[in-house]
Ligand binder design. Structure first.
Ligand code: FAD
Ligand code: NAI
Length: 464
């Protein structure tokens, strides 16, 4: 086979695409991956999961040192300063190490990186920068990009999207965040901790759409307590920029009198949309659904045999681990094996402080499906959280009233993102709440709150 002819070509090297390419190569397929960015790793490694977590971590350390919250532990600091360029440089270093790591893995697994933008020329051929490539199978893993807000121009200086908000050269005095979803709250938290006044404008009556109702209420309580101004049920109707300042016009979502807010930075974070422009999907015969996504079957194959799709470009939550698991499963199908992704058990985590994590059905969704039992345990009653003085939040376990099978777990806690893994594993194995309640959990750990919430499903927690 020549260098332009492959068993599998993957388009896009984000968590969906790069993982699929590596798995396919491990399974013996001659594999290439096309990526137009300078570095591999997609949105997640370059301008998403990794840089946002680097800034969340650094800003949390600064806030702990600066706010005096450690004084009660007998730790005091003098002259705590924040050096944004140094913080940004450390973030860039982590990103560089991880994206470089993917390049190393490509070489190790003999995945060919085709640099440039791919466009279909037929169902089994693409063009990249004037060169034609053919493959028995092609996988679309082109990800997503920021949804624009009509009438609001992102200049990445005063009006930024998530990519701009990850690279601000200094702390804004007042940051207005449009959209109280995951990006708005994570990046709003970063700049709040570093000293900005932050106002979140959210169209709906609560933050974090899609999460459990009780969790969403708790989120509003916690972020208000942390000093964020929340304008819920409010829509942005315009943003005007003049002399480095923005005037944001808002009005009640249901209609009513408009008001203006002044800011020196505005973050637009109202969602993301699939990347399909420029792919010439018509040449491959692949159609989009009404939401602009590529639909696939259980084997991640589109309606066109031999063309697969995974990750943000397909329906479902736009999460890196969902994309990765789909990439692995789709590669296994491409190699003639059977891959499996359980889309009912995909955890989601908001990495603020505390973290918000969930897996499975919300209480509202579970009630619609049948009779349920709910067990709740507050972090205030968890000995480790109490010792660490991080008692915000609770654990909630939702189980089927008849079978006791766990249907959903929702956690608000400093370590919720780590704790949710146990809940996901339990659900993957079809656990009942009793299974979790009778599993020995190490003491003292935050994870004991999950055991106690599971005990509460049948009304018998110990420490409450
Ligand atoms: P992407 O990562 O978007 O990768 C697609 C790649 O395809 C891109 O590199 C793009 O350049 C390339 N591409 C597109 N079209 C072409 C073409 N025609 N030719 C060649 N290359 C092409 N998710 C989490 O699970 N946890 C988090 O903590 C998290 N934090 C996030 C923070 C932010 C600020 C953002 C924006 C997102 C975050 N996400 C997080 C979401 C996560 O980044 C995405 O779900 C994930 O990257 C999707 O992976 P993907 O492979 O489908 O697509
Ligand atoms: P989102 O869908 O989470 O939130 C967008 C919010 O904007 C919603 O609450 C919506 O009601 C609101 N909104 C929409 N239009 C509005 C308007 N005109 N005025 C005011 N509010 C408006 O989208 P977000 O935060 O942009 O994130 C995009 C994706 O990135 C998410 O789907 C998420 O899965 C992924 N992501 C995941 C992270 C994680 O896993 N920790 C972190 C960051 C992003």
């Amino acid at each position: 086979m020549s260098d332009t002819n492959f068993d599998l070509i993957v388009i896009g090297a984000g968590p969906g695409g790069y993982v699929a390419a590596i798995r396919a190569a491990q399974l013996g397929l001659k594999t290439a991956c096309v990526e137009s960015r300078e570095t591999l790793g997609g949105t997640c490694l370059n301008v998403g999961c990794i840089p946002s977590k680097a800034l969340l971590h650094a800003s949390e350390l600064y806030e702990e040192a600066h706010s005096g919250s450690l004084t009660k532990f007998g730790i005091t600091f003098k002259d705590v300063k924040v050096d944004i360029p140094a913080m940004q440089a450390e973030k860039a270093k982590a990103v560089g190490e991880l994206t470089g790591g993917i390049e190393f893995l490509f070489k190790k697994n003999k995945v060919t990186w085709i640099k440039g933008r791919a466009a279909f020329t037929s169902p089994n051929s693409i063009d990249v920068g004037g060169t034609a490539y053919t493959a028995k199978k092609i996988m679309i893993a082109t990800g997503s990009s920021v949804t624009p807000l009509p009438g609001v121009e992102v200049d990445q200086k005063v009006v930024v999207d998530s990519t701009g908000a990850l690279s601000l050269p200094k702390v804004p005095k007042h940051l207005i965040v449009i959209g109280g979803g995951v990006i708005g709250l994570e990046l709003g938290s970063v700049w709040k901790r570093l000293g900005a006044e932050v106002t979140v404008v959210e169209y709906l009556d609560q933050l974090l759409p899609g999460m459990d109702g009780e969790v969403r209420k708790e989120a509003a309580k916690i972020f208000k307590k942390q000093g964020m101004a929340l304008k819920l049920s409010t829509k942005v109707t315009g943003v005007a920029v003049k002399g480095g300042k923005a005037t944001v016009t808002v009005e009640p979502a249901a209609g009513g009198a408009a008001e203006t807010l002044e800011a020196d930075c505005v973050l637009v974070a109202i969602g993301r949309r699939p990347n399909t422009e420029g792919l010439a999907l018509d040449k491959a015969g692949v159609a989009l659904n009404a939401r602009g996504q590529i639909e696939v079957g259980h084997d991640f194959q589109t309606k066109v045999p031999g063309i697969y799709a995974v990750g943000d470009v397909t329906p479902g939550p736009m999460l890196a681990h969902k994309a990765e698991d789909e990439g692995i499963a789709a590669a296994e199908f491409c190699a003639g094996l059977t891959g499996i992704v359980n889309h009912d058990v995909i955890p989601g985590v908001v990495y603020t402080m505390p973290e918000f994590a969930s897996v499975g059905l919300t209480e509202e969704q579970a009630k619609e499906k049948g009779e349920i039992k709910v067990g709740k345990f507050p972090m205030m009653a968890n000995s480790r959280a109490k010792t660490n003085r991080d008692t915000d939040g609770f654990v909630k376990v939702i189980a089927d009233a008849k079978t006791d099978r766990v249907l959903g777990v929702h956690i608000v806690a400093s370590l919720a993102g780590t704790m949710i893994a146990e809940a996901a594993l339990a659900m993957e194995f079809g656990a009942t709440s009793e299974d979790i309640a009778y599993t020995c959990h190490a003491h003292p750990t935050h994870a004991e709150a999950l055991k106690e919430a599971a005990m509460a499903v049948t009304g018998k927690p110990i420490h409450m």
